[in-house]
Each structure stands twice: as C-alpha cells, then as structure tokens.
Design a binder for this molecule. Structure first.
Ligand SMILES: *Cc1c(COP(=O)(O)O)cnc(C)c1O
Length: 454
C-alpha cells in the first residue's frame, strides 16, 4: 500500500481483486444460500485464527477465508425460512446497488458533496411521504435504523417543545405504550426523559381516549412527544392513529409514528385504511431494511416540518460553515450523526428499477402468506393462535409445551439449518412467532415448519 499503487499490493492486482470480490458478491445475490448457523468463538479461532499480518494475505486468500469460514457462520437473514425478529429480504437490485454505493465514495451528508445521491434519496423519501399522506414540505433523511430514527425524531420533538414552552416549564415526559419498541424506552433513557406508558385498549391499541386521560393526569405541558406504533414488533398491532393524532393536535403535542416494521403496509391497498390518521404525524419512520426489500442498514425518517428538525440537529463549526450557511438540503441536519453513507440509494435504485407496483405486489403477497400461516395454525389441533393477525406477524402456542420445549425445538431447527424461528414471550408466556417479510417464503415453508411441531 505504497505510492501510486495504494489500491493494490504485491499479492493482489485489481483484476484478481475484482474477480474475487465482485464475482462473490454477484454470486451471493443471484444464488439461494443455505441458512447457515453460528460458530463459537473457539471454533472460529481454530478455523480462521489470525488474518491480519504485516505483509497481508492478498485478495484471493482473504476472500477464501470469508467465503469458506466467516460467511457460513453468519445467518442468511434473507433465507425464506428465517422468520425470527424481523427478517431482511433485499431485492436483487437493491443488494447489487449496495455494492455500487460502497464503491463510489459518496459523502451523503451534504448537498455540496453528494447532490445527485441526496436528490435520489429524497425521491425515495418522497414516495414514503406520499404513502403516509404527509404534506409537500415534508422531508428527512435515511438513518442507520429505527433506533436512531426514533431518537432523532424525539430529539427534534423535545427541542421544539422546549422552544415553545412558557418560561419555567421544561417538558420532560415521553408518552407511549408498553407495546412500543424497546428503542423508545432506550431513547427516553439517552435523553434523560421519563417514559410514561398509556394503558392499551382491549385490542392492545393506544387510543385517543386513554391518551387523553394520561395527558390530563400528568399535565400536557410537561409532555414533549407522543409515540404511536404502526405495527408493533412482537404482534404487528397498529395503534388507533386517528384518535391519537387528534388528541395530540388538541394539546399541541408532537405526534411521532413508529412504523419501522409495519410502515411498509402503507403501500398495500388491502390494509391501507388501518393507518388512517398517520397523515397527521409530525414525524414518521419506516425501515426499508425490514419490509421494503432494502439491505441493512436503512431507516427512512420523515418530518412534517423539517425546519424544526434542522434547528435541533444542525452541527455548527467553523469548518462546516460552508455547508450550514448554504440553502441546499443537507441530510445530516435531520438526524443524529454527521458523516453518513448514502444508505438510501440501494432502496432508491430498486424502486426505480422495479417500480412501485412491484412493491405493492410483494407486500400483498407476504400478507397472503401470513394469512395462510394463520389459517394453518387454526386448522391444526395442536396449535392455537394467540391473537388475530394485523400484518405479517403470527404468534401462536403449541398446546402442552413449556418454555424449554419451544427453545429445544427452535435450537433443533437452526442446528439442522432448516429454519430460524426463535420463540417470543408475552405476558410471561413463551410462544412461537413467525415474522414474514420475505416474498420468497412459501406456503410450503410454513407447512414444513408447522409439521415439526406436531
Ligand atoms: C425494528 C424496530 C425498531 C428499531 O429499528 P432498528 O432498525 O432495529 O434500529 C423500532 N421500532 C419498531 C416498531 C421496530 O419494529
């Protein structure tokens, strides 16, 4: 790595590197890889050992190590029988373009440095804003994930509430529900704010009526944001966004909608009415790396009035003045973080290649597979649904099983590299849970997994 040849070294000319790396990437995207399974650290030490040496191993050997020993110990989260947590199922176009983004040294933080990339990312953000019915002035940024997206939105909310509060009032309360994602409580912790949980209604939803009584009890002037969830992670429950938004407007409180997983359902006409009221949000997130077929890591964060977010997030420094004093759109001004990868580009590319109808069709398809899974559970006498499904999460119990049975079953499925389905818990009970976002997950996959529980 010396002088003019810093892009290669004595072991590795560029042809060899591109053959090793680009060919691997293209092959991985085109083929259907096995599920794979984790290794212990001791196993990895034995198989891989040290790879970082004074002289370098060269591209062919480094790639061999990755392909033979490292990659097979990383689960393929895009495997059709990976149904744990929320899977990732990037489109071929999105995955391939991620390679291009990696190769292009684009600085995605400012218009000055990355105008074309920022322009394209903003087209993708606009598609989401339109799905949510947000006004023409809405805008935002792609962050690394829902956690940072939620935190950034809530920091903007608090900044806004403080600047509007009467003297002597410091709004410190963040109001949401126990069904909200763990990242909301984590944001409260980071912000030294107090998390206030509103009781859910009989359908496990946050409603305006319950919100209203908690606000009156705690004093609405002390609250800087209300967070509703559009698709809880554990069950896919969508809060009553219309009544919650109405109460937020009544009290002038920032209304944030966390659609990290479920926000993608806005593109599915069959369920669009469940999101009624989302258009009143002050901020909104959805993770394209969950149910919108983009690779990690990618969260779309949108604000109704981006100027409020800019006031909270713009970093000021002498060396940044050329950027912060320019009128153009600088993505970095809308979230925590300064330097950023143009991580919305793979998503933009795939939308551009495939068209939005393909997204609608793929999301509707996964909803159909989830309905099939629900029907199969209902049909089998040894299984029982826990709650009717809203989106593509199906939670059910195996009659007669204790927690240890679920864990043994799940470990066996992974040990055989057959499926990855970890149990969840709800109200102290261990349960089985499918999260279906991969259009390649088939009815046959669902049947095959359920058969293993008989
Ligand atoms: C996944 C998820 C998050 C967190 O997103 P990350 O991308 O994992 O940081 C937040 N909210 C909800 C509802 C989620 O499902």
């Amino acid at each position: 790595m010396m002088g003019t040849s810093y892009r290669s070294n004595r072991h590795t000319d560029l042809d060899t590197l591109s053959e090793a790396v680009i060919a691997y990437a293209a092959d991985r995207i085109r083929s259907a890889p096995p599920l794979d399974k984790p290794l212990t650290e001791a196993e990895l030490v034995e198989r891989v050992g040290q790879t970082i040496t004074p002289g370098g191993l060269g591209g062919t050997e480094a790639m061999r190590i990755f392909a033979d020993d490292l990659a097979p110990s990383c689960l393929s989260t895009d495997h059709p029988r990976y149904l744990s947590f929320i899977p990732c199922a990037p489109s071929d176009a999105a995955s391939m373009f991620d390679v291009v983004v990696g190769a292009s040294s684009i600085y995605g933080g400012s218009w000055l440095e990355g105008s074309g990339a920022v322009y394209a990312e903003n087209l993708a953000l606009r598609w989401i804003a339109d799905l949510a019915g947000m006004p023409a002035g809405a805008g935002g940024v792609f962050t690394s994930g829902g956690t940072i997206g939620n935190l950034s939105a809530l920091v903007a909310a608090r900044h806004t509430a403080r600047s509007r509060a009467e003297t002597g009032v410091r709004p410190t309360l963040l109001v949401s529900t126990e069904g909200a994602h763990s990242s909301i409580k984590s944001a409260a912790e980071v912000m030294d704010a107090e998390f206030v949980g509103v009781p859910l209604d009989e359908n496990w939803r946050l409603t305006g009526a319950n919100l209203r009584s908690v606000l009156l009890e705690r004093g609405p002037e002390n609250v800087f944001a209300v967070v509703a969830t559009a698709g809880t992670t554990n069950f896919g429950v969508i809060d009553d966004l219309a009544s919650v938004g109405e109460v937020c407007r009544e009290f002038g409180i920032w209304f944030h909608v966390d659609g990290a997983y479920g926000g993608a359902g806005l593109a599915a006409p069959s369920i669009r009415d469940r999101y009624a009221g989302v258009e009143h949000c002050d901020s909104f997130i959805v993770d394209p790396h969950k149910w919108l077929f983009a690779p990690y890591d990618c969260c779309a964060l949108l604000y109704r009035d981006p100027a409020l977010a800019r006031a909270a997030h713009t970093q000021k420094a002498g060396y940044l003045d050329v950027l912060t004093e320019a009128p153009e759109w600088n993505p970095t001004d809308y979230s925590i973080g300064l330097t950023r990868r143009a991580r919305g580009l793979p998503f933009w590319f795939s939308l551009t290649v495939n068209g939005t109808d393909a997204y609608t069709a793929a999301i509707e398809h996964t909803l159909n597979i989830a309905r099939y899974a629900e029907d199969e559970v209902a049909r089998r006498p040894y299984l029982e649904l826990v709650r009717e499904r809203d989106l593509t999460v199906v939670v059910f119990r195996r009659l007669g099983w204790a927690a240890a049975d679920y864990h043994r079953w799940s470990d066996e499925l992974l040990g055989d590299e057959f499926a990855f389905v970890v149990p969840t818990t709800h109200a102290g009970e261990t349960l089985a849970r499918f999260a279906i976002v991969n259009p390649e997950t088939s009815e046959g996959d669902i049947r095959a997994i359920l058969d293993t529980m008989a």
